[in-house]
Each structure stands twice: as structure tokens, then as C-alpha cells.
Design a protein around this ligand. Structure first.
Ligand SMILES: [Zn+2]
Ligand SMILES: [Zn+2]
Length: 149
């Protein structure tokens, strides 16, 4: 067997789920790990539509696209699709995220055993919010503030 060298530009994926991983602090996390670690048990604050794309927006700021279990696309232009998702998720806490059905589906668990079935694409398209920056503005005092004009 010939081993192919992986170019440095290729995004690394996690062996367990085959999802992109990124650096979070000093750890490498995939989308699923990130959701379970940092998003659960956050509340779904709103549903947002961008064109046909429909997203759950958590009160922590993360957005998760609602990709249809069957075709992998989101149907923000379909009122029925939107209504079903809204009914189960809006204002409720997502307790757990799991990949099921040979890893093809993402299942979001809410309280009382309710769950929402989505497509794996929801994870593939998930991006963590921009890293939070902590800034302490430096102020250099000037000597000449007593200038009179
Ligand atoms: Zn993973
Ligand atoms: Zn569909």
C-alpha cells in the first residue's frame, strides 16, 4: 500500500465522526463535540431564515442549520417544515446532540424526550462563532493636555 501524504492545506477531520475539527483553546473539537460541550443545554432563542436556509439560533449565539433528514437541504421557504421545527425547538433547551443511523443523521434532544431529526449536513455546515477576543485598550497619557488655545 502506498501512503499518500496529506497536504497541510487539507482540513483535518475527526476519526470518530469524519467531521472537520478546529482548535478551541488547547483542544481540537469537531462540530458534534463542540455542540455537546459548549451549546448544550442552551436554549433555542430564535429561528432565522437566510434565503432558503433555516437556522436555530441558540442564546449563546451559535447557529445550527436545520437540514432536512431526507435531502440534506434546509427548507426555510416551506412553512410546514419551519413550523414543525419551531414547535419542537423554540424557547427550549437542547440537551444533547447525537449522530444516529450510521452517522447520517443528527438528532437534537430536548427535555421530556422530544427530539428533532436533522441531516448530517447540519454538522458539516456548522461553524463556531468567531473566537471571543479580550481586549484591554491601552491608554498612553499625553503630557500636553493643559494646552490652551
Ligand atoms: Zn468528532
Ligand atoms: Zn428535504
Amino acid at each position: 500500500m502506498t501512503s499518500r501524504k496529506t497536504p497541510a492545506s487539507v482540513t483535518p477531520t475527526c476519526p470518530e465522526h469524519g467531521l472537520c475539527v478546529w482548535q478551541e483553546g488547547d483542544e481540537r473539537l469537531c462540530a458534534l463535540e463542540y455542540l455537546n460541550r459548549f451549546v448544550a443545554p442552551r436554549r433555542v432563542e430564535q429561528l432565522v431564515r437566510r434565503g432558503r436556509h433555516l437556522f436555530l439560533v441558540f442564546d449563546s449565539g451559535e447557529k445550527l442549520e436545520c437540514c432536512c433528514e431526507h435531502c440534506g437541504e434546509s427548507h426555510g421557504d416551506d412553512p410546514g417544515f419551519t413550523e414543525d421545527i419551531k414547535e419542537i425547538s423554540l424557547g427550549r433547551r437542547a440537551l444533547r446532540f447525537r449522530l444516529e443511523g450510521d452517522g447520517g443523521h443528527l438528532v437534537v434532544w430536548f427535555a421530556r424526550g422530544d427530539h428533532l431529526h436533522l441531516h448530517r449536513n447540519s454538522l458539516l455546515r456548522f461553524r463556531p462563532p468567531r473566537p471571543r477576543r479580550s481586549i484591554r485598550p491601552t491608554h498612553t497619557p499625553t503630557e500636553e493636555k493643559e494646552k490652551t488655545g
